[in-house]
Design a protein around this ligand. Structure first.
Ligand code: NOJ
Length: 413
């Protein structure tokens, strides 16, 4: 194992998102998607981990594990339950939640959009309608103004490529479309909304860094057929490249028009990294996550590819030289020892990146607690803790304490 150490100011935390843990958010596009029967178990998100009521228990977990940072998201549909209607009680709740972390000296990284969109916006065409930019800005303004004092870093949009490609190209996420044009329209609106939000938050909270969360998935052609190679290239373009290029050059996809303020519109990169995917037009949904002879495969069928993390870090650094936070990395598994191994292997790659001189500033494990894993419902267990689905009692796992130990000693052991 590497003798290298993490810097003194390195952050090690855990991540969650509002919809996946809070429970009872019934006014989003995902609720509609669940009702339409898209979740493998047929089970809706429902009360999730009941974190809306029990958030203090989550704060306690972070503290007990000895972590110094927490990544969470604000639910747009809670803040704006209807168009132009602000719920100040919801804002007060989030204020309290963030203050609890602040009191304990735990840094908060806050995402504004983590997959879910309010029903009223969904009914107007969601991210495909350019009105989304104006509406998202209203939301960002209110959140920035009301919560900014207790936030250590903002992230505008989580995994925009998942929202565009899975929602509008493969159609497995809401709204379930299969159109390249729609996908490009969504990417364009996301990039503009991001650039405008960046400007707005820099004015409202000048001392709080603002980033975007880009997940890098590596796309490989399953075979040498030119059509499959082209498809892998094309999906990479839609999923990764359109965003990276947009932020690097300031140009919007397809039209290649420059959008003022888009170029370089981040103070840091948030990097979510999990795996690679094999592409072929013959496969259902065009992709599989692992080959039959793959050695290490997670509960979600994803292949471990820890070296891919180093390459993803290098890709972001080469695209635009900004500090990098690993905003998500994690494994769904029923064996907690396997989670410990996974964390070790991936953090070793972070140390390699540091050795190369790339400023990786922190690592957030996904996830603090088992939660609603979108199409796969409650089957995958990503958490550093589990929970009892009746009593909602938190069940901390060894991997959580292991992560805390790394933070304390600054090294892998
Ligand atoms: C990415 C997403 O941001 C998060 O919502 C999801 O649960 C994890 N990856 C695991 O799939």
């Amino acid at each position: 194992m590497s003798e290298l150490m993490f810097p003194q100011d390195f952050l090690i935390g855990a991540a969650t998102s509002s919809y996946q843990i809070e429970g009872e958010i019934y006014n989003t596009d995902w609720y509609i998607w669940e009702k339409l029967g898209h979740i493998v178990t047929g089970e809706p998100c429902g009360k999730a981990c009941n974190s809306w009521e029990l958030y203090e228990k989550d704060v306690q977990l972070v503290e007990e594990f000895g972590l110094n940072a927490y990544r969470m998201s604000i639910e747009w549909a809670r803040v704006f339950p209807e168009e132009n209607v602000i719920d100040f009680d919801a804002l007060a709740h989030y204020k309290e939640y963030l203050a609890t972390f602040k009191d304990k000296g735990i840094k908060t990284f806050v995402t504004l959009h983590h997959f879910t969109t309010p029903i009223w916006m969904y009914q107007k065409g969601s991210w495909e309608n350019k009105e989304v930019i104006k509406e998202f800005l209203k939301y960002a303004y209110v959140v920035g103004r009301e919560l900014g004092d207790n936030v250590d870093a903002w992230m505008t949009i989580n995994e925009p490529g998942v929202v565009s490609v899975l929602g509008y190209f493969t159609g497995i996420f809401p709204p379930g479309k299969n159109s390249v044009l729609s996908t490009i329209r969504v990417t364009t609106n996301q990039l503009i909304a991001h650039a405008e939000t960046y400007k707005l938050l820099k004015k409202l909270t000048p001392n709080v860094p603002v980033g975007i969360v880009k997940n890098i998935t590596w796309f490989y052609s399953l075979n040498l057929f030119p059509l499959d190679k082209y498809l892998a290239w094309f999906i990479n373009k839609l999923f990764n490249d359109n965003y990276l290029r947009g932020i690097r050059t300031g140009k919007l996809p397809f039209s290649q028009k420059r959008y003022p303020g888009l170029k370089g519109s981040i103070d840091f990169w948030g990097l979510n990294y999990y795996t690679h995917v094999w592409i072929s037009q013959k496969l259902p949904n065009m992709a599989i996550n692992h080959l039959p002879n793959a050695e290490k495969v997670t509960q979600t069928g994803w292949e471990w590819d820890s070296e891919g993390l180093l390459r993803a870090i290098q890709l972001l650094w080469d695209t635009l030289q900004r500090p990098i936070y690993i905003t998500e990395n994690g494994i769904a598994t029923l064996k907690d020892e396997e989670r410990v191994e996974y964390i070790k292997e991936h953090l070793a790659q972070v140390l390699e990146a540091l050795k190369l001189g790339i400023p990786v500033k922190g690592y957030f494990y996904w996830s603090l607690i088992d939660n609603f894993e979108w199409l796969e419902g409650y089957i995958p267990k990503f958490g550093l803790a589990g929970f009892d689905h009746k009593t909602f009692e938190r069940q901390p796992r060894k991997s959580g304490y292991f992560l805390g130990e790394i933070l304390k000693t600054k090294k892998l052991f």
